[in-house]
Design a protein around this ligand. Structure first.
Ligand code: GLN
Length: 264
């Protein structure tokens, strides 16, 4: 790998922002762009929706949540992109899939009408919506991430689908307060290679900059592995003082205190 000062450009693919944007999940892309400015990294952002082609490669992929109705709208198109996304996941491309997007990144999802939607198999999990009641898993979440160094992850969940991880799957976090994947096993989300699936809205990045940075670093490492043309100082700047980091830390503390007080 060579070292140079040429500007690093990270290719970001944000999927279906015009359809899957519940609780403004596209705020994750906006937070990423703000962080890129802070770090002095160029982002090459591709907004990819229904009927659009994926670019030939990517370093970071984002997908947000949506209601069953919106999942119906994107499901077939997502399947047509599934093989490429699966191969990217294997090749350590960074990914964040939130709620409805997370469900469709699993093996399959049975929606509230009992209809099965095939997923794209990036994650070893299945999601089932009980059809016998209107139970929804709703509220603030405090969790502890399984990823070394990420610590407390906060967010807001609102889903009827319940996700169950397969044998090969590793949860992204353990639930302290809230429901998480299914309300039974205290798991939250899933983690595979450089890919994270989560039920957490917020949007999750601005409240948990340590998660954004972890995925950003993975994306940078992916870019380096492709062209070896990079400026190492970018990674060093990640640990420096950051306005965004301070705001995120403050938000995380406030949310944790408020939610714990609410719980008594
Ligand atoms: N439609 C899914 C559910 O309710 C996902 C909802 C969401 O993305 N917030 O389970």
């Amino acid at each position: 790998m060579s070292k140079s000062n040429s500007p690093l450009s990270i290719r970001v693919v944000s999927l279906y922002e015009d359809v899957l944007n519940i609780y403004s999940d596209r705020g994750n892309r906006l937070a990423l762009q703000a962080r890129a400015v802070e770090l002095g990294v160029n982002l090459d952002v591709h907004l990819v929706s229904i009927g659009d082609r994926l670019p030939p490669n990517a370093d970071l992929v984002l997908i947000g949540g949506g209601q069953d109705r919106e999942q119906d709208i994107v499901a077939a198109d997502l399947l047509s992109k599934g093989e490429t996304l699966r191969s990217w996941a294997v090749a350590n491309v960074a990914m964040l899939a939130v709620c409805g997007g997370f469900q469709l990144f699993g093996r399959w999802f049975r929606n509230s009408r009992g209809i099965f939607l095939k997923g794209i198999d990036v994650f070893d999990c299945v999601s089932v919506t009980p059809t016998f009641d209107n139970l929804r898993l709703v509220g603030d979440v405090i969790s502890q991430s399984a990823i070394d160094g990420l610590g407390t992850i906060v967010g807001y969940e609102n889903h009827a689908g319940q996700t169950f991880l397969g044998d090969s799957a590793v949860p992204f976090a353990q639930i302290e307060i809230g429901y998480g994947n299914n309300g039974f096993d205290r798991t939250e989300g899933v983690w595979r290679n450089s890919c994270v699936g989560t039920y957490l809205h917020g949007a999750v990045f601005p409240n948990n900059l340590q998660l954004l940075d972890w995925l950003f670093k993975r994306a940078i490492e992916h870019r380096m592995s492709q062209d070896g043309n990079f400026d190492l100082a970018v990674l060093e700047r990640m640990s420096e003082y950051s306005k965004l980091g301070e705001a995120s830390e403050f938000a995380r503390q406030l949310i944790s205190i408020a939610v714990r007080e609410e719980q008594g």
